[in-house]
Design a protein around this ligand. Structure first.
Ligand code: C2E
Ligand code: CA
Ligand code: CA
Length: 717
């Protein structure tokens, strides 16, 4: 007996199981003896029925099946075995007593693997069993591999095809060719049958050419499957020469890469588009620039970079909340997109010419790359239209909101030949547009860079100034109109620069307001003015007087401001009645609700609230009602114009009348001449302030005057 008996055991370390099916007991015994000697395990079945039962239990590796048995013969048993789970590929050897053609044919028809004739030569049987077992194992491994391949093909959504380039013979191997809209009988032409019209010719041409040239190919296309679904198919392969006939074969793999492609698109989208608005993002903007630059260079075209910044957008976020702010951004983006689509400047760029691109690069910042431009007029026209389109009201949560934008423009090649510089210059120009009152556009000019440098330099110097105590407060007295008695002072900031000397507030506050540094300045002023006022109060110099302070800046946080004022009052011990806070309408309007609530708190404590520069800017009467005010300061311009223009005087009269109707104390600013003074003295104006009466002076000077006036008051007693 050969020692190499255990084919299956090599893998499973088990004996092979051979089932012997025979109604003849002695025949079974004889086979059992031989097989067990050869190292196999034997299961006996005395009938076809028993064989079927035992098959499930033992899952034999080989079946020796007698043909002639009562009840169910070997043929039927074999047929039934084949139908059992796992029975399809188990080797079944028919044991026949007659070696007639008919029996053999019948045996194979019933699904037998082989046959052996009685009487059995036991030595030969030993070898043949080994052979049957081995081929059974190979077959089942093949089957497993085939299943794996099918699974893999299914998973990878893959099929393999071959085309004999000499004979035209075509073969497709795939578990489910339907998933490509094909069948096992498909021809080469069918490969292209379902391809979308736009992809069909190019794909076919590409593969045909590769076949001719003997090259590799790789192409993907869209197909519409009979079930209506649309898939993206990758078809790649090569030309090989086959061994047997030396025929050239095109062999290819087709793969459904729809999901892959979708994932890729999604990734691309995330990387290059703004999630909120669907506009391009900064990365795509740059990529686009590198695409259109060669064209512009070659044809000497201009490219404009427009930097679009919405004015005061923060106000919308703060007052309506971020979700509404997002809605506004979305609808604005839509508008811009639509406008650009219909713009003649941009639509002139045909399909071959690089188009222009709008992108969102920050919260409320957009950039437009306008390619293929010839004149500045075109750009100006475009900017005009953007401003006009953005200026139309947007409806959000049943509110109509009007926005404006400031646009800075730089132009290739004049203002730079790389995108970073162009963006920077457009940004600088945008700043210039903001400075010119917003809602306008500005072309970049090199002088703007100097302004930008000054701005940058200035913010550093301001920080330094605060750290080094270079700020100082001057105080300008305010007098009662009727009696001339001192009623208070307005604290006015000055910057004593070690090099430049005294710098007036109008020369540095606008920068501080723009970069937000003003909030630190406001805090400093509150602290400094309250400390000073408390000193004068404590010395008995400030009876019936108020200390006025100015609060300004964009986005004043009223909650924080009021908390700060309250803290400083507590710390310095200053009675709130000595303090007056001056605010312009512009500052108030940024956050009407919060401002109203917080100021009411201050007013309730006894702090006076003055509306400053009244008559300039918004000047809405409703504001007088909306905010908890105590005082109205008439802007200097009305005092100045009172004797210059015809209706100057009547304007002044009516402002005072209005203020009085709201029960406000009225202070006239900028009294410079005796004429103004005497005119005002006849009016119902409570207090006066101006160079004629006193310029703003230092704290020491003011203190001297306070001391003097107290002395003269005492001497008059
Ligand atoms: P404002 O609040 O309207 O202050 C009055 C300005 O008018 C002061 O200018 C004052 O010197 C000036 N003035 C007073 N009387 C006359 C006059 O008879 N004729 C003329 N032509 N001008 C007169 P100043 O001190 O240069 O301040 C300018 C602006 O800077 C202020 O206008 C205020 O808006 C702002 N400011 C001043 N100090 C501060 C401060 O401490 N904090 C804040 N946030 N802003 C301040
Ligand atoms: Ca003021
Ligand atoms: Ca003022």
């Amino acid at each position: 007996m050969p020692t190499e008996t255990t084919v299956k055991t090599s893998a499973h370390n088990q004996k092979s199981v051979v089932m012997v099916v025979d109604d003849d007991f002695s025949a079974r015994m004889q086979l059992r003896f031989t097989l067990e000697n050869a190292g196999h395990e034997v299961v006996e079945a005395a009938s076809g029925g028993e064989a079927l039962d035992l098959f499930n239990k033992f899952l034999p590796d080989l079946i020796l099946l007698d043909v002639i048995m009562p009840e169910m013969d070997g043929f039927d048993t074999c047929r039934m075995l084949r139908g059992l789970p796992g029975g399809a590929h188990t080797p079944v050897v028919m044991v026949t007593s007659m070696e007639e053609t008919e029996t053999i044919t019948q045996a194979f028809e019933a699904g037998a693997t082989d046959f052996i004739s009685k009487p059995i030569n036991m030595l030969i049987l030993g070898y043949r069993v080994l052979y049957w077992l081995r081929s059974g194992l190979i077959l089942s491994e093949l089957k497993i591999n085939q299943n794996r391949l099918h699974k893999a093909q299914d998973l990878a959504r893959l099929a393999h095809w071959e085309r004999d380039l000499e004979t035209g013979e075509f073969l497709i191997t795939c578990h489910k060719p339907e998933m490509f809209g094909l069948t096992h009988l498909s021809h080469y032409d069918d490969l292209f049958a379902n391809i979308a019209a736009k992809d069909k010719m190019p794909a076919r041409k590409l593969i045909d050419n590769a076949c001719k040239a003997g090259q590799t190919f790789s192409v993907h296309y869209q197909v519409a499957l009979p079930d209506g679904s649309e898939r993206i198919i990758l078809n790649q392969g090569e030309i090989v020469t086959e061994d047997t006939h030396q025929h050239r074969l095109a062999v290819g793999i087709i793969q459904d890469i729809t999901e892959l492609k979708q994932a890729e698109d999604k990734i691309r989208y995330l990387a290059f588009y703004d999630n909120l608005t669907g506009l391009a993002n900064r990365a795509l903007f740059r990529e686009h620039w590198s695409k259109i630059l060669p064209h512009a260079q070659r044809y000497q075209r201009k490219v404009a970079v427009l930097f679009i910044d919405l004015d005061d957008f923060k106000r919308i976020n703060d007052t309506l909340g971020h979700p509404s702010g997002d809605k506004v951004l979305i609808s604005i983006s839509e508008r811009l997109k639509n406008m650009l689509r219909h713009s003649d400047v941009l639509s002139r760029s045909g399909a071959e010419q690089p188009a222009s691109l709008l992108s969102r690069v920050g919260g409320d910042e957009f950039t437009l790359l306008a390619a293929d431009i010839t004149t500045s007029d075109q750009i100006a026209g475009l900017a005009d239209r953007i401003i006009e389109v953005l200026g139309r009201a947007v409806e959000v949560e049943n509110q109509l909101i009007t926005l404006t934008a400031s646009i800075g423009i730089s132009v290739y090649p004049e203002d730079g030949s790389d995108i970073d510089l162009l963006l920077k210059n457009a940004d600088t120009a945008m700043y210039a547009a903001k400075e010119r009152g917003r809602n306008n556009y500005q072309f970049f000019q090199s002088a703007m860079n100097d302004a930008a440098k000054v701005r940058f330099h200035m913010s550093n110097r301001l920080r330094h100034a605060l750290d080094n105590n270079e700020f100082i407060l001057y105080y300008q007295p305010q007098f009662a109109n009727k009696t001339g008695a001192l009623r208070g002072v307005e604290a006015l900031i000055r910057w004593i620069d070690p090099e430049k000397g005294l710098i007036p507030p109008n020369d540095f506050l606008p920068f501080a307001e723009e970069n937000g540094f003003i909030h630190s300045i406001n805090e400093w002023v509150i602290q400094e003015a309250c400390v000073q006022a408390q000193k004068w109060v404590a010395s008995g110099l400030f009876d019936n007087c108020r200390m006025g302070i100015n609060i300004s800046g964009n986005n004043v946080n009223f909650k924080q401001l009021v908390a700060n004022i309250i803290a400083v009052l507590a710390k310095t011990g200053l009675d709130p009645h000595y303090l007056e806070v001056e605010l312009t309408e512009r500052v108030l309007m940024e956050d009407t609700d919060e401002a109203r609530r917080m100021l009411l708190q201050l007013k309730d404590m006894g702090v006076s609230i003055a509306i400053d520069d009244f008559g300039t800017g918004y000047s809405a009467l409703s504001h007088l009602q909306l905010f908890p005010l105590t005082t109205l300061k008439i802007d200097r311009s009305f005092v100045m114009n009172m004797d210059k223009t015809d209706n100057g005087l009547s304007l002044l009269h009516s402002i005072i009348g209005i203020a009085k109707s709201f029960d406000l104390k009225v202070v006239a600013e900028g009294v410079e001449t005796e004429d103004q003074l005497s005119a005002l003295s006849r009016m119902d104006c409570d207090e006066l302030q101006g160079y004629l009466l006193s310029r703003p002076i230092t704290g020491e000077k003011l203190e001297q005057r306070l001391v003097q006036s107290r002395a003269s008051a005492i001497s008059k007693l």
